[in-house]
Design a protein around this ligand. Structure first.
Ligand code: ZN
Length: 187
């Protein structure tokens, strides 16, 4: 996917400012359209990344098939309904079949899907599917806890509500004991 046209986005943001009753020529707003274009391009860069390039062969042989857990992965995304941020933490667990993924790569996979317009449920599933596909794991579990500014700043204004979503694949889905182990380890 090609890079978004910065000038065109800036023009659109300028029109948006006018429509919202602002004066885009006043000092504080002069560079705002350009800044928003740059910022939105960054926040959606996941569209222009792919799994293969992100993982970049960082798979390592491992004799064991214990559960690997990475938790407290910071996550920032934009909800696709309001284009407002949601943010929180992600935990990933998987049981390898002899191949483990470099730790930083798990965080990169999270970012690749988070830096798009998302709903939390799909984000959770996409991360789980990607880890499964990359590692050929026996099972994968992903849990995301996030706060949504579209709920906190507007609408119902529930300041402290947090949404939790999970996706489980393979043995994490079929084996109750494995799932329980995962859930207790990420607490
Ligand atoms: Zn929303």
């Amino acid at each position: 996917m090609k890079e978004p046209n910065q000038k065109r986005i800036a023009k659109l943001v300028e029109s948006l400012l006018v429509e919202l009753g602002e004066d885009p020529s006043r000092d504080g707003l002069k560079k705002t359209p350009e800044r928003v274009a740059k910022s939105l391009t960054f926040l959606t860069r996941g569209y222009r990344q792919n799994r293969r390039a992100v993982v970049n062969g960082a798979l390592f042989a491992s004799g064991t098939n214990h559960m690997v857990i990475l938790k407290n992965i910071e996550l920032y995304s934009l909800c696709e309904h309001h284009m407002l941020p949601f943010y929180g933490k992600c935990a990933i667990g998987y049981i390898s079949r002899g191949k483990v993924l470099g730790v930083s790569k798990l965080a990169r996979i999270v970012d690749m899907f988070a830096r798009r317009l998302q709903i939390q449920e799909r984000l959770t599933e996409e991360i789980a599917d990607a880890v499964m596909a990359e590692t050929n794991a026996e099972g994968v579990g992903v849990v995301i806890e996030a706060k949504h500014l579209c709920m906190m700043m507007r609408g119902v204004e529930k300041q402290n509500s947090e949404m939790t979503t999970s996706a489980v694949l393979g043995s994490f889905r079929s084996d109750e004991k494995v799932r329980q182990e995962f859930l207790s380890l990420i607490k």
